[in-house]
Each structure stands twice: as C-alpha cells, then as structure tokens.
Design a protein around this ligand. Structure first.
Ligand code: PLP
Length: 392
C-alpha cells in the first residue's frame, strides 16, 4: 500500500516544503547588502506554487512585502496574508477605476504614465487617503516607465501633491540580468536609473527609496540592489539561469551537490491502474509507441490539462518507488502511460512524483523539456490553480 493522498478527490496534488523556502530566503538574505529589504514576487499564482498556501508560508519565513502583477493578484494577498501589515505592490495592471479600491486597501501601485499618476491623485483626494506609489523609470527595457523628458515634471507633480501621494519608491526593471550577453545593456540601464534618481533627489529634496533588481540582478550585480530587491524565481528554489548559478557557484564556492537553493514544490499523483501489453502492440493513440517487448505499463491520471506538456510524449519520465518510469505513447488530456516493466513495486495507488524528489532521485523542472533559460518560469506558472496545494 502507498501513502498517497486519499483525502481529496483530485488526481494529483502539489506539496510545498516550508523548510526549503526558509533555507532559500536565508540564502538570499545572506546575499543582500546591509539595509536592503526583500519583496517576494508572487505573480502567476506564486509561480504556480499557489498563493493561498504560499503567502502564509512566506510570511512565516520572514517576508513582509509581496509584489504582484495585477489588481486581482493584489486582492489575493489581502485575502491570504496573515499579518495585516504585510505590504503588497502591483507592478503592472490596474484600471483607473480600480485605484480607489487599491488606495483604500493600502495597496502600493506602480505609476509609469501621467494618466495613471493623475488618476491616482484624484482617487486619493476622493477617498481621503494617500496613494502609495512607485514611480517606474524607463531605462531601456522599453516596456513601461517614464522617459527622461518627463522625469522633472513627474517628480515636481509628486512634490506638489504630497498630501495625496506617498512616494514609496522609484524603480526600474533590467532586461535580462540572467545572461551575460545583456551585460552592457544592463550597465546602461543602471546608469540611466542613477540619472533618474538624481533628478528625483533634485526635485524632491531627498533621495527616494529605490529598487531595480530581480533574482538574477540581485545575485549577479549586488551593486544594483539599492534599497529593496524583488525576488521571484530564486525563492522557489530555482536559478534564473545556468549562468546565474555558475556565477554564484564560482564566487561563493559551492558545488553541484550542495546547491544552496532548495526546490519548494513537489507535484505528486498516483498509479491509477497497471496492465501487461504484448510485444508488437501499439500503446495509446496511433502508432506513436510500439512495445518492443512484453511490457508492464501504468496509467497516471494527469495529462496536458494539468500542465504535463504534450511534448513529453515518449520522452518525459516520472518517479515511482524511487525509480524512473518513462512516458510511453502520447501525453493525453487527462492521463499518461509509463513503463513500469522493471519497477517491481509499482501498483495501483503507488505514489508518482511528476516534479520533485522521491527516494534518491529527482525530476527537475528543467528536465521537463529542452533546457532553455526561461523554461522554469513557464512550466511552473502553467501548473493549474485547480490542483490542490498542501504544505509539508
Ligand atoms: C517577475 C518580476 C520580478 C522577479 O523576477 P525573478 O526573475 O523571478 O526574480 C521582478 N521585477 C519585476 C518587475 C517582475 O516582473
């Protein structure tokens, strides 16, 4: 018998390891300069980890500020935070009509255009509470942010409207700090950011709080940490890229077998059924997999509907009884078939690990497909919110 979940009606579950998160945060904090604070980036349902479980866990690990993309995600923080003083910052989408709600809830908002700046000011006047704003500077990412010709008027406006606007920070975002190929572009961005901070100081009469770095920039360019870093991928135990890992491994002297970042997430299911298939038979749809010998296969009730990518057909694998079982045939909408011919203990109900560790072996997110820089992010966020999350 196995100890797989008998509690839920769901075909798989995601387990979050609190100890791993604590270790990651401790490791990241050990790389922060003195006085630098950390915001936990939890857009995309906490990179697929699930906000309802992740937010309280992160708070227990010492996090008191979260960054999200949208108003809807900010609402999630308000709902699941345990400490009412925990801050939340929207880095992207909110409509002008939603600003009154955000301001009344104390939600911090990025401001990257005059339209939103003026709307925030008048919303603050209407409800009689200051809008907490972060002014985003265009430094070369060319996505959102105030361009140089607007800096003076923006900071002048903020100075004049200081009964309605509370300037929490001035910020920017680097265009790919995880790759040394972008080194010069990022140096130029930082130079432009410094220039904006000087302009702000000139107008305001003080130097505002500043933040610019994501995981990769924080670890690779400590001189760009400013007052706060916005950490996403690394807190979940993933390196932004192989380059970032190599850079840190070299400068901090750790080795492959003592990776200081620990994966927080494990995705588990169980064997739904097993059966023998004769040599020469095709398995599943079409002629995608031909049994070259008499084989024992197990069906696992997860498929591309759950984020198990179709391109893992005949190439992905899962862990059962601490051993690797390869996917045979097409990944279906709701199930996969795996080869358990040589895994003697694989029975109906046996635990199946799709991502994470079982016994001495581990399925990494990267092994889900071709190793590309941003694969971690994409695979994680595609894990559906409907899979139950549990803590361990
Ligand atoms: C996603 C994001 C981050 C965090 O990036 P990671 O690489 O996951 O650390 C930081 N800042 C902004 C503006 C972001 O959109």
């Amino acid at each position: 018998m196995s100890n797989s979940s008998k509690r839920s009606l769901d075909s798989s579950r995601i387990v979050l390891h609190e100890e791993a998160l604590k270790q990651n945060i401790a490791f990241l904090k050990s790389h922060l300069r003195k006085g630098v604070s950390m915001s936990s980036v939890i857009k995309g349902n906490a990179y697929g980890h699930g906000i309802s479980t992740f937010i309280p866990m992160a708070e227990r690990a010492g996090i008191n500020h979260f960054s999200v993309f949208s108003a809807r995600e900010a609402e999630g923080v308000l709902k699941f935070r345990q400490n009412p003083d925990t801050g939340v910052m929207i880095m992207g989408m909110i409509r002008n009509e939603e600003l009154e709600w955000a301001i009344s809830e104390g939600v911090e908002i990025y401001i990257f255009e005059t339209d939103r700046l003026e709307a925030a000011c008048s919303a603050a006047q209407t409800i009689g509470r200051k809008a907490r704003i972060h002014v985003q500077i265009e430094t070369g990412m060319n996505r959102t942010g105030f361009e140089e010709q607007h800096w003076d008027e923006v900071f002048q406006y903020i100075k004049e409207q200081d009964s309605d606007l509370e300037l929490m920070g001035v910020c920017t975002h680097f265009a790919g700090a995880e790759s040394v190929a972008n080194y010069f572009r990022i140096q130029n961005q930082n130079r432009q950011f410094e220039k904006a901070l000087a302009a702000a100081e000139q107008r305001l009469g003080y130097r505002p709080m500043a933040h610019a770095s994501s995981s990769a920039a924080c670890l690779t360019y400590p001189e760009f940490q400013y007052d706060m870093v916005r950490i996403g991928i690394a807190q979940y135990g993933f390196w932004p890229s192989r380059e970032t890992y190599m850079h840190l491994a070299k400068s901090s002297g750790f080795m492959r077998d003592n990776d200081p970042l620990k994966r927080v997430l494990t995705w588990k299911s169980e064997v739904m059924s097993t059966k023998w298939v004769e040599e020469g038979e095709f398995i599943g749809y079409g002629n995608v997999y031909l049994a070259g010998r008499k084989m024992r296969i197990a069906t696992v009730p997860i498929g591309y509907t759950h984020g198990f990518a179709r391109n893992l057909t005949n190439t992905g694998y899962v862990l059962i009884n601490g051993e690797r079982a390869g996917v045979v045939g097409l990944v279906n909408m709701n199930m996969i078939t795996v080869d358990v011919t040589d895994i003697s203990g694989a029975e109906k109900g046996s635990e199946v690990v799709l991502i994470g560790r079982q016994g001495d072996d581990e399925i990494t997110v990267a092994s889900f497909g071709e190793m590309t820089n941003n694969l971690n992010y994409e695979i994680l966020v595609r894990l559906p919110a409907s899979i139950p999350r549990e803590k361990e």
